[in-house]
Every structure is written in C-alpha cells, then in structure tokens.
Design a protein around this ligand. Structure first.
Ligand code: SF4
Ligand code: FES
Length: 214
C-alpha cells in the first residue's frame, strides 16, 4: 500500500481521493484523473464518476442508517480436500457483484439454502473467490487459522458500471461497520442510497440504479 493515497469522505458531499491512484472503468480502461479528485457518491452528478456539485441541490445525506446496519456474519463449514474450511459472510458488506457465483458456481448458490456449500468446490476455486470478492464480505479460515480476507493486486479504484467503487489497498478515513470489514479491500457506495455509507450494501442492485440516471 502506498502511504499517501487516501480517501476522505466529505460530510454530505463527495469522496475526495488524495494522491489518486489509477482509476479504471469496469473493462479495465484508464479514466483520466488528477492527483486530488472528488468522486460522486450521491448518484446525481452529470459528470460521473466525478462530482459536479449536484449533491447540494439533491440534499444528499452521507449519514449511515445505524438502525438498518446488521453487523452480523454467517458462517458456513465443510471439508474440502481433507481441510476444515469455514467461510464467513457479512451480508451488509456485499455489493452483489456476483463474482463468487461466477467463479465457483458449485459452492456459491444464491438460489439455494445454504447458499454457500464449501464441500462442493476445490481449495483452488474457493481461494480464487476469496481473492475476487471485492467487498470483504467473504472471509476464510482453514483449519484453526484465523479468518482472513484475500487482498491481492495494486493500489486501485475501479468504477463498476451501474454500481459502486471497488477499492484496493487505499486508506479510508471512515468508521468501518459490518463484522470483519476489511481495511484493504472494500466497496464504496456511488448511488447515494446505501444504508451503510460510505460503503455499498447492495441497494443499487435492488433499486436498479444506473449511471445514466440523475
Ligand atoms: S461482494 Fe463478495 S460475497 Fe458479495 S456477491 Fe460479490 S463476490 Fe459475492
Ligand atoms: S452503490 Fe450505493 S448501495 Fe451500492
């Protein structure tokens, strides 16, 4: 992690990124940016992903709704290749990007109960999902090791189409809610409707928020 890159959420305003790292869109293309940049998080800017001041007219509130934040995590256990695997999932942190079901459809089955079935996968598949989960909603413990997030890659911010910011290895000046929230990878709300601001809680997905909406 670089020491001087950080994100400072402004009260009722944008996310200010200092010493901004490379900003990418979902396809991996670079978005031109500056050293200090303000990113929209009210969902209303006409110049997304950048702030154009629309939050003021919109009366945007950046306060999380603590009455709706469930900090709890759910755990799922199974034997995989002779190893006791415990996967922990904190729903409020999940951005519903679906990377888990895409990478290991036999293990992560959103339409079934339980939705996580570790014994149906290989260790390689499961570790790949842990690395690919952008939000830190998933943690893994092998045997009696402590639960961990797998954060790989560089300092980066990726703008998901019709969705949130995926952040890796950037310091964030905010209170972290959600059991086991990661400090090295997290997903920040861009639509303005999350109950767990500044983090995404998947509301954009439920409400069908789109980039071309203002
Ligand atoms: S954030 Fe993680 S747990 Fe949630 S859908 Fe994406 S990969 Fe799955
Ligand atoms: S981007 Fe706002 S809840 Fe996900």
């Amino acid at each position: 992690m670089t020491t001087n890159t950080k994100i400072v959420p402004r009260e009722n305003g944008p996310l200010v990124v200092m010493a901004s790292p490379i900003l990418r869109d979902q396809s991996g293309s670079e978005i031109e940016t500056k050293d200090v940049v303000a990113l929209c998080r009210c969902g209303k800017s006409a110049n997304k992903p950048f702030c154009d001041g629309a939050h003021e007219a919109a009366g945007f509130s950046s306060a999380p709704d603590h009455s709706k934040i469930r900090n709890a995590a759910v755990t799922y256990q199974g034997q995989v290749e002779g190893v006791d695997v415990t996967i922990s999932y904190t729903p409020v942190l999940c951005s519903h990007a679906g990377e888990c079901a895409r990478r290991a459809s036999g293990v992560f089955k959103p339409s079934e109960k339980p939705w996580v079935q570790p014994e149906n996968g290989t260790l390689t598949e499961i570790m790949d999902v842990m690395a690919g989960c952008p939000s830190g909603a998933l943690r893994i413990s092998l045997g009696d090791q402590p639960a961990q997030h797998m954060t790989t890659g560089d300092v980066e911010i990726t703008v998901e189409k019709n969705g949130p910011y995926h952040v890796k290895n950037v310091a964030l000046e905010a209170e972290f809610n959600g059991m086991g929230a990661s400090r090295t990878k997290y997903v920040l709300c861009r639509c303005g409707a999350s109950k767990n601001k500044p983090f995404c809680d998947g509301t954009h997905y439920e409400e069908g928020w789109r980039d071309d909406q203002d």
